[in-house]
Design a binder for this molecule. Structure first.
Ligand SMILES: *[C@@H]1O[C@H](CO)[C@@H](O)[C@H](O)[C@H]1NC(C)=O
Ligand SMILES: *[C@@H]1O[C@H](CO)[C@@H](O)[C@H](O)[C@H]1NC(C)=O
Length: 463
């Protein structure tokens, strides 16, 4: 674009008229954002009072050094966006300064505007002399913990440092991670366990007593929403040990599933147990020693798959890659037979558990489950009156390892399952929890899965 010379001249003359009218060129001063937007710093300091006079009108030389810049003591400085010295209003005008700095107080200390601190899961910011905090529901909520412990619900709650500072949303998003099976899988034929009429089952059963050394310790999924991989690997580990009569006792690798079973699975962003069982049967996984858990810190993208297998005949597979860590050399692959679904009948689940070992269970986790410490868990209504965002639930999967019953304080018999979670061993009762049995509490009896380890005669001479 080119301007005609006449238009250009006109523009230039308008501009110079404007400048002459003002009597000077535009200075940085008029364009500066002002010195006191976050309140006056050093309000008690002496600035204009150190000059012998306040300057009338505009005087760009009427300045005093102020912190890392200069401030003005001429009347022109008193505009909406001000660059006056802190004591200008008091000394030159005899009025209160308009930009009162609004500090906030906390534990006897003053904090400037814009300061922040974290209150559990909420960020608090000092603005206008007050702390204003986010209003997220926190995973650790002391009113809820107190409510549970005061309510005598048959279980106790406690604070967990690993959950402190997380929102409830984050707990649901990062600590669970099992997707509900599709309708087809849900309708999968149930395997019925043969029961004699009036068959008696023990009042207490713990797989760890029947199969010592073959029931594996609960692991910790951290902030990786992959309970689908943890519960599957845990049940398969126990059952391979049991079915090989202890000749093999692998702790199978959840990471192998998280990183390599990626078809329709979301790694640390959730997955399906039917997909996990398919993978265990058709591809197999190595041990946790060989392929250690490394997905942490809310990273939904799981690391690249570092293991692969090839057929070794008769459905067996062997690894084609070394263990993805320098310390372990045993890259043996473990597989299972097809997983089967059990009925929702409490007695049948018990019999299966007693005969074949721990089973996998889907479970709906509510806000109160995170703070479970001991006792027989039931979802309790302590948060019923709280705002809606304090009540959340999501689908999880766990490993049931036993059952029992006990008398409650009011003389009733209370039946429970013993189950292993994947939140580490400092959660609950050494990583385990008890949950009400026979009433489908939190859907725990709704989808129960078992499997056989693929164990051959050669494996029996494995040790
Ligand atoms: C200076 O600014 C304050 C606050 O904006 C105002 O109340 C006052 O009238 C101004 N004084 C002069 C002389 O412009
Ligand atoms: C809960 O645990 C966190 C982290 O250990 C701690 O900072 C917090 O003060 C605890 N809350 C209470 C009330 O004990």
């Amino acid at each position: 674009m080119s301007l005609s010379p006449t238009l250009l001249l006109l523009l230039l003359s308008l501009l110079s008229q404007e400048l002459t009218a003002r009597g000077m060129s535009r200075s940085r001063r008029e364009l500066s954002p002002g010195l006191h937007r976050a309140g006056i710093r050093d309000p008690g300091g002496a600035y204009c009072s150190r000059l012998w006079t306040c300057c009338p009108g505009r005087s760009d030389t009427c300045t005093v050094p102020y912190i890392d810049t200069i401030c003005y003591c001429d009347l022109f400085c008193n505009r909406t966006v001000s660059d006056c010295c802190p004591d200008f209003w008091a000394v030159c005008l005899g009025i209160q300064p308009p930009f009162i700095r609004k500090d906030c107080e906390r534990h006897g200390q003053r904090y400037p505007a814009g300061a922040t601190y974290k209150d559990n899961c909420n960020l608090c910011t000092c603005s206008d002399g007050q702390w204003s905090c986010d209003q997220y529901a926190c995973l650790i909520n002391h009113e809820m913990i107190d409510g549970i412990n005061r309510g005598h619900y048959g279980w106790t709650a406690s604070n967990y440092s690993q959950f402190w500072g997380m929102t409830l949303e984050e707990g649901i998003r990062y600590r669970l991670g099992t997707m509900r099976p599709s309708a087809t899988v849900m309708n999968m034929n149930q395997l019925n366990v043969h029961m004699e009429r009036n068959e008696l089952l023990p009042r207490y059963f713990n797989a760890a007593d029947k199969w010592p050394g073959m029931i594996h310790e609960p692991m910790d999924q951290g902030n990786c929403a992959a309970s689908w991989a943890f519960s599957t690997a845990a049940v398969a580990s126990d059952r391979i040990s049991i079915h090989s009569m202890g000749h093999m006792s692998p702790v199978l690798s959840p990471q192998n599933l998280i990183s390599c079973d990626t078809r329709n699975q979301q790694g640390c962003d959730g997955g399906r147990i039917d997909g996990a069982w398919w993978y265990l049967r058709r591809r197999g996984v190595v041990t946790n020693n060989c392929y250690p858990f490394s997905s942490t810190d809310n990273q939904p993208l799981s690391p690249q798959c570092m293991m692969s297998t090839r057929s070794a005949g008769r459905g067996k597979r062997q690894a084609t890659m070394p263990c993805p860590n320098p310390y372990s050399h045993s890259n043996e692959v473990y597989q299972s037979t097809p997983a089967y679904r059990l009925s929702t009948n409490e007695k049948e689940i018990m019999k299966e558990l007693m005969e074949n070992g721990p089973v996998q269970a889907l479970m709906e986790v509510h806000e109160d489950f995170f703070v479970y410490r001991s006792g027989i868990y039931r979802h309790v209504p302590v948060m019923a009156g709280a705002p809606e965002n304090h009540r959340r639930h999501g689908t999880h999967s766990v490993r049931i390892t036993g059952w029992g019953e006990q008398l409650t304080a009011n003389g009733e018999m209370s039946k429970y399952w013993i189950a292993a979670n994947s939140w580490g061993r400092n959660w609950g009762e050494g990583g385990y929890f008890k949950i009400a049995r026979g009433e489908n509490e939190c859907d725990i009896e709704m989808f129960i899965v078992g499997t056989w380890g693929r164990v051959s005669m050669e494996d029996m001479y494995h040790k």
